[in-house]
Design a protein around this ligand. Structure first.
Ligand code: IPE
Ligand code: MG
Length: 232
């Protein structure tokens, strides 16, 4: 969800107000994607690299977690959203961890849509922690294959994303879901995240609908779908 800082700076506001507005944009986007029938969303809220920002911005982003919960959790729960935090939560303050724990408990029974909040998340972190846990489990190196390692990744029980959306004009992954994005379609837009609206949701989905997905096969040749789920 890139572009919060620039959105604020353009308006002569402190960057943190951009992040606050980013939370509002997220709530709107969840509603819009859910109305379109998307069942799984994963948002990049705080990366393992974001710690290198100036301290006031880092602590501002951290305190936005409980604040955002207070403002929006109930409403999201009423919409049938199940929320989950993915990332290295052990490095977060008790306050932030508690907010995520409550968020997960409060929405655990919801089934309409799952919103994964990637927080202190990095794609490389995920691959490393998956390997570590597989080794700790005593998985035989000869037996370790893609399916087995997948089961140890942070999004093990989530189908791989069909579509990646990056706002804010950058065309890179920035260490997001490296393993899971292997066959995702990628949609890059100049729009800054706080202004991402229903029109952008429609554009992203129209882009997705226009793609022919081949998964390494040939044009027009459709191999049997190997466990691929239809979701957004
Ligand atoms: C949000 O946007 C990303 C977060 C770390 C929350 P940015 O803070 O990267 O906004 P820009 O790129 O400075 O505009
Ligand atoms: Mg940025």
């Amino acid at each position: 969800m890139d572009g919060n800082g620039r959105w604020a700076t353009q308006r002569g506001l402190p960057r943190l107000l951009g992040h606050k507005e980013g939370v509002e944009a997220l709530v709107r986007a969840v509603r819009a994607f859910t109305n379109k029938g998307v069942q799984t969303l994963t948002v990049y809220a705080f990366s393992t690299e974001n710690w290198s920002r100036p301290e006031p911005e880092v602590s501002g982003l951290m305190s936005l977690v409980p604040t955002a919960m207070k403002a929006h959790l109930e409403q999201l729960a009423r919409q049938g959203v199940r929320l989950r935090a993915v990332g290295d939560l052990s490095a977060l303050s008790p306050k932030v961890r508690q907010a995520f724990a409550r968020m997960e408990e409060y929405t655990a029974g919801n089934r309409r849509v799952t919103l994964n909040v990637a927080f202190n998340y990095g794609g490389r972190w995920d691959v490393v922690q998956a390997c570590r846990r597989a080794m700790a489990d005593g998985v035989d190196p000869q037996a370790l294959d893609e399916r087995t390692l997948s089961r140890y990744t942070a999004l093990a029980d989530t189908p791989d994303p069909d579509l990646l959306i990056r706002t804010g004009g950058e065309c890179r992954l920035s260490n997001f879901l490296l393993w899971q994005l292997a066959y995702a379609e990628m949609f890059f837009t100049e729009r800054l995240w706080p202004e991402f609206d229903d029109e952008d949701v429609n554009q992203a989905l129209a882009f997705y609908a226009s793609r022919e997905r081949r998964f390494g096969s040939l044009p027009g040749h459709h191999p049997p779908a190997a466990g691929l789920a239809a979701h957004g």
